[in-house]
Design a protein around this ligand. Structure first.
Ligand SMILES: [Zn+2]
Length: 247
């Protein structure tokens, strides 16, 4: 039997249901989406807020960090009273208060090739909101291996980039960026103005929404954002025959 939105859902999401690109049918699609979010920091804050507000079914967040005062400049999920708390726990508290109709799961866990596999079952998307390349390549690899759509973004200072991956069909992160043999973890904190992850994390939520609805998205495209000069450039990218995603 066809699932129909409840009256409270129709009311809550009325403004986006009014969009000819969404409607009740689109909202029903969104209400079935399960997302795995990697990282709950600068990118993860706006991503989680917007994707939970939009009314997906379930959001699972993995983060092993503790909130510090220097995070608050950009990590808008949190407040001063939560400094010292685990971000996973603090994020769940905030997001459950925002939308109790969305199932929020949050785990304080370190992410690697083995641990990520615990969380991927039944997910429609993996969204990378991490702050390091090693995790981005891992998210890409797992997405390809388990055929889960992925959105990956990166930021530094006033600059950012974002890509959406539909495994087996579109170019992946490694088609665009060469994976180094080793990752340099000695690099200190990168400069960042809070608005940059604010915009890129918001775009990640937009990508999940538009990909779910079959609207134009960043598959086979890389969006490069320069907020200093306010330039948004989309470049076409091609799936590489030599990449692991073609094997
Ligand atoms: Zn590839």
């Amino acid at each position: 039997m066809k699932k129909i939105l409840t009256e409270s859902q129709k009311k809550r999401y009325s403004r986006q249901i009014l969009s000819p690109s969404i409607g009740e049918v689109g909202q029903e699609k969104l209400s079935k989406v399960r997302v795995l979010q990697i990282g709950a920091g600068g990118l993860g804050s706006p991503f989680a807020l917007y994707i939970v507000a939009a009314g997906i079914k379930e959001l699972t967040i993995i983060d092993n960090d503790t909130l510090s005062i220097s995070n608050l400049q950009r990590q808008i999920l949190y407040n001063e009273a939560q400094v010292g708390e685990g971000k996973a726990h603090a994020a769940k508290e905030r997001l459950s208060n925002l939308n109790s109709e969305v199932e929020i799961k949050a785990y304080n866990d370190y992410l690697d090739e083995n641990s990520i596999k615990k969380y991927i079952k039944d997910k429609d998307f993996i969204v990378d909101c991490s702050d390091n390349f090693e995790t981005k390549f891992l998210v890409n690899k797992v997405a390809i291996e388990y055929n889960i759509k992925a959105v990956i973004a990166g930021i530094k200072d006033f600059f950012g980039q974002i890509i959406t991956i539909n495994p087996k069909k579109t170019a992946c992160y490694e088609c665009v960026f060469n994976q180094p043999d080793t990752f340099d973890s000695s690099e200190g904190p990168l400069p960042v103005i809070g608005v940059t992850p604010g915009i890129l994390g918001t775009l990640e939520a937009l990508e999940v929404i538009k990909t779910t609805l079959g609207l134009p998205n960043l598959e086979n495209k890389l969006l490069i954002v320069n907020l200093l000069d306010l330039l948004f450039n989309t470049i076409d990218i091609v799936k590489s025959e030599n990449c692991m995603c073609s094997k």
